[in-house]
Design a protein around this ligand. Sequence first.
Ligand SMILES: *Cc1c(COP(=O)(O)O)cnc(C)c1O
Length: 369
Amino acid sequence: MARPILTIDLNAIAENWRALDSLSAAHVTTGAAVKADGYGIGAAVAARTLSAAGCGTFFVATAPEAMEVRDALGSDAEIYVLNGAIEGLPEIVAADARPVLNARTDVEMALEFAKQHETPLSCALQFETGMNRLGLSPAEAEWLAQTDVSALSVQILMSHFACADEAGHSLTREQITRFNELVPELRDRFPNAKLSLSATGGVLLGADAHFDLTRPGVGLYGADPFRDARPVIRLEAPILRVWDVKPGETSGYGATWTATRPSRLATLPLGYADGLPRSLSGRGEAKVGGRIVPLAGRVSMDLIVLDVTDVPDAAPGDMAVLLDDELTVDRMATSAGTIGYEILTSLGDRAIRRYKPSAVTDGKGDVSA
Ligand SMILES: *Cc1c(COP(=O)(O)O)cnc(C)c1O
């Protein structure tokens, strides 16, 4: 089948989780972010793999994502919806998940919901410490301190770093300080709640960023800032066609590539509609016959062309490798002027996904997207 194939190494995900877990003290719970379809690799499979590795706390962005992870995991896991009450409290509760309350309006909606249903609503509270994105502002935190929230069963008190992946950024220190300033009162008020500040970058910062619970995501899937991660994905595509061009001939839309010598070109069936960034035009690379070769010209919607002049025996049907242990997600991200997160979450919609090993997926290891 002339389709790109995305192979996902589930053991690597489990190992990356264990490695990140081992970076914090034994009393610190390590959760996992599986939002955005498990960073593009498949949320259900990622969640099952992580659950088998020992993870019990999962973070998604939306209510439908929570439902998918709940279906995959059964009743045991704790699932938090990061985008909060705006995702719809009925939908979140239907997934037996918990909202992260990110604003006074979220808290008010949650209190109203709990009152209507006459049961305490399990949730997390997020506080703003410097990212200025989501979370109760200092003024809202003041309001919270004066408000009866006994209808809420607060499980997690959290905030989120803006710059944890930039070594020594002063805002990181400030956010730890601000979070610590909130702690005594919050501990007093919600003695059973876990404190949580760190995603992947924070886990790597060290113990004073760990608190009670960490929430790594991208590192589990093998990308920056977890430099010691095991690579998780491999992306390959078959060569559709090979032919020779003379010096002066061009390739692709806009004729941006011109042969400077007698050249051989190879066409692959993937493009920006498959999540390959168009910004790789003129700068992407792939591996054919074990050798790294450049893209010739622009990334089209469904196709790219490689300059395989230096791999003379490249033939239709041969697999070209776009991502592997050497051509990493981060390397592609750098070439494309983006970050590994965006590469991961863009891929996989059209590619055939293969999981290895497939056991943890309940026999559904070889899944076509
Ligand atoms: C996405 C996200 C995470 C996971 O972040 P990574 O950088 O992928 O480890 C954790 N917490 C929150 C609030 C997030 O939005």
